[in-house]
Design a protein around this ligand. Structure first.
Ligand code: CTP
Ligand code: CA
Length: 228
């Protein structure tokens, strides 16, 4: 039936997924960004929909087609991403795969910033962005039953990710090593360590699609089936 979620172990569940980078404007033509491709988040959204979940994907600017069977909200900044996530609540599952910029520029210039001969270069003052994962993880009536964060690290991955899980208050962390030589950031493969309340589990290197499928299966196993 049109509008009816596909049958599957996550039928009747609503999943919110964030993906991609955010762009934080400096002036009308320039922004701060990062190297996230959005692939892992898009693949997770697809895998959750395949298992029957209703999926809301909140995405920063990426060069990827909208996944089939998923409601896509495109945003630019971290503040817009947070607003779109709040609008998507309530949900049962939140997967924060976005590489949210940690800061935005304190005051976006309304016109293009010009070079002035002899003048010192402009100084950007940065202020912290809201932490979407930490907000979604905060205990309360609207907290999703399962909140999953990502931890992209370049050293002592497991220690950093375990500390991050505590700090954010999320249930699971998908940790990975994003040193440039791994080729993971922006690439098609991923090698993750899943950190849950039971400890750390290292997964072999596989495609981001395979990581998404395995993660969606783990998520499905966390939930008892919704009875009709
Ligand atoms: N995250 C978020 N909102 C932010 C920053 C991060 O939702 N403003 C989420 C990311 O989507 C990811 C997790 O938090 O799931 C960890 O992001 P990460 O950048 O690794 O953590 P930070 O707390 O920002 O720490 P740092 O960048 O200093 O390592
Ligand atoms: Ca960060």
């Amino acid at each position: 039936l049109a509008g009816t979620a596909a049958p599957g172990p996550l039928a009747g569940r609503h999943a919110l997924v964030t993906a991609g980078p955010t762009h934080e404007p400096i002036d009308p033509v320039r922004y701060l960004a990062n190297r996230s491709s959005g692939r892992q988040g898009y693949d997770i959204a697809t895998a959750l929909a395949t298992l029957g979940a209703r999926v809301t994907l909140v995405s920063g600017p990426v060069d990827l087609p909208a996944p089939a069977g998923v409601t896509l909200h495109r945003v630019e900044t971290a503040r817009q991403m947070l607003a779109a996530c709040r609008d998507a609540l309530p949900c049962d599952i939140a997967v924060c795969a976005a590489a949210v910029a940690d800061w935005h520029v304190a005051s976006e210039a309304t016109g293009k910033i010009k070079k002035t001969t002899g003048a010192p270069p402009p100084v950007l003052t940065l202020v912290p962005n809201p932490d979407i994962l930490a907000e979604l993880s905060t205990p309360g009536a609207s907290r999703p039953a399962l909140v999953i964060g990502f931890a992209a690290e370049t050293d002592t991955v497991e220690q950093h990710a375990t500390a991050k899980r505590q700090r954010k208050g999320c249930d699971w962390i998908v940790a990975n090593d994003v040193r440039p030589e791994t080729g993971i950031m922006g690439g098609t493969e991923n090698e993750i360590t899943l950190i849950t309340g039971d400890g750390a589990e290292h997964w072999p290197r596989m495609t981001k699609q395979a990581v998404a499928t395995h993660l969606a299966d783990r998520i499905a196993a966390f939930f008892p089936p919704v009875s009709a």
